[in-house]
Design a protein around this ligand. Structure first.
Ligand SMILES: [Zn+2]
Length: 96
């Protein structure tokens, strides 16, 4: 059985630390299978340090991971677009 996107715990549900992990991005509880461990993001690291835990890696749900990947893709698209523009300008003889 496979779910495409794992759903966060409902507000009333109590998380079980054995099964669930809190997402470093959206701060919701997910089953540990519904995400992955990623290096902490600097702005949130401090907050989660207070919560304890020695691992430098933090849980991040699939949804946030997907969003992060999409952002990276966007940056690449912009970068390639710029490179393409420069090449075109060079061809036109506008840049030497
Ligand atoms: Zn999340």
């Amino acid at each position: 059985m496979e779910r495409s996107v794992s759903e966060p715990l409902a507000a009333g549900e109590l998380p079980d630390r054995e099964i669930h992990a809190i997402c470093q991005r959206c701060g919701k509880w997910f089953e540990q299978t519904g995400g992955r461990l990623v290096p902490p993001e600097t702005k949130t690291t401090f907050l989660f340090r207070i919560g304890g835990g020695g691992s430098p890696y933090r849980f991040q749900c699939d949804r946030c991971s997907r969003r992060r990947r999409a952002t990276k893709g966007g940056i690449w698209a912009v970068f390639l677009g710029l490179v393409g523009m420069i090449l075109i300008l060079e061809k036109l003889g506008l840049i030497k």
